[in-house]
Design a protein around this ligand. Structure first.
Ligand code: NAD
Length: 257
């Protein structure tokens, strides 16, 4: 089914082939979307280019989400090249390693600010940048990536959990704000996946094992399954859904003791 035929999207957060953003990109492209991608810094450019060049008609642009000028340039370029924008994927997060590893009470002021800037505020800034383009064609859909540590205290997740709580609240406030403009804003709360960002979480391998043992489906989520859920939330199949955080975690979150 070409659910996204004629639509365009922009994806923030591809670092390599294991990135959740890349799994989402493959789902969206398979459904017919033309995609723009951003990369953070020259260090990642070549690797990301090696992936995006496999998708004909795609666009690749630099963007550090902490830099307003980068964000402005990205949407200017997307407007110039695509002339429309229907989809925005935010799959970006960062917290300094020392603030993730230590005791939560010792979180630094600078680390707290940076984690929230990159992992939560950027959703607001990117949605604002995308809004005029989305309005041109009568609306759009925005998707962010979250984790269970936004709701519960998860060992080792620390500062990132607090930033994810802010991200999830931002999803709800943006959805309320953008709804009248027919722009939907949702998040996926994914079970753990072994990616570059995940390696910053102390005890991540144990977390994967624990999730697989406890989840009702007795396994971890596959990247392709996150991509498929993203396609649902970014296509008209979910046209009445906004402001939601949807778990894609093999059911882990429903378990009590
Ligand atoms: P990843 O390392 O592949 O992706 C993280 C991305 O954030 C990278 O592309 C990196 O370049 C980008 N980034 C960091 N700082 C940036 C900045 N200043 N400007 C622009 N981009 C910046 O790892 P991932 O696991 O695919 O993470 C994607 C999203 O999914 C994140 O929001 C993460 O918290 C979330 N998530 C991951 C898991 C997991 O277990 N891996 C589970 C749930 C949610």
């Amino acid at each position: 089914m070409n659910l996204l035929e004629g639509k365009t999207g922009i994806i923030f957060g591809v670092a390599n082939k294991r990135s959740i953003a890349w799994a989402i990109a493959q789902s969206l492209a398979a459904a017919g979307a033309r995609l723009a991608f951003t990369y953070q810094g020259e260090r990642l450019k070549e690797g990301v280019e090696g992936l995006t060049c496999t998708l004909p008609g795609s666009l690749l642009l630099p963007c550090d989400v902490t830099v307003d000028g980068d964000i402005t340039n990205v949407f200017r370029e997307v407007d110039a090249q695509f002339g429309r924008l229907d989809i925005l994927v935010h799959s970006v997060a960062f917290a300094p390693r020392e603030d993730l590893e230590g005791e939560f009470v010792n979180t630094s002021r600078e680390g707290f600010k940076l984690a929230h800037d990159i992992s939560a505020y950027s959703l607001v800034a990117l949605t604002r940048g995308a809004t005029p383009l989305m309005e041109k064609n009568g609306g759009g859909a925005v998707l962010a990536m979250s984790y269970y540590g936004a709701e519960k205290a998860v060992e080792g997740y620390n500062l990132m959990g607090v930033a994810k709580a802010s991200l999830e609240a931002s999803v709800r406030y943006l959805a309320a704000n953008m709804g009248p403009r027919k722009i939907r804003v949702n998040a996926i709360s994914a079970g753990p996946v072994n990616t570059l960002a995940a390696r910053g979480i102390k005890g991540f391998t144990g977390m994967l094992k624990h999730h697989a043992e406890r989840a009702p489906l007795r396994r971890n989520v596959e990247l392709e399954e996150i991509g498929n859920a993203a396609l649902f939330l970014l296509s008209d199949m979910s046209s009445a859904i906004t402001g939601e955080v949807m778990f894609v975690d093999c059911g882990y979150n429903i378990i009590g003791v």
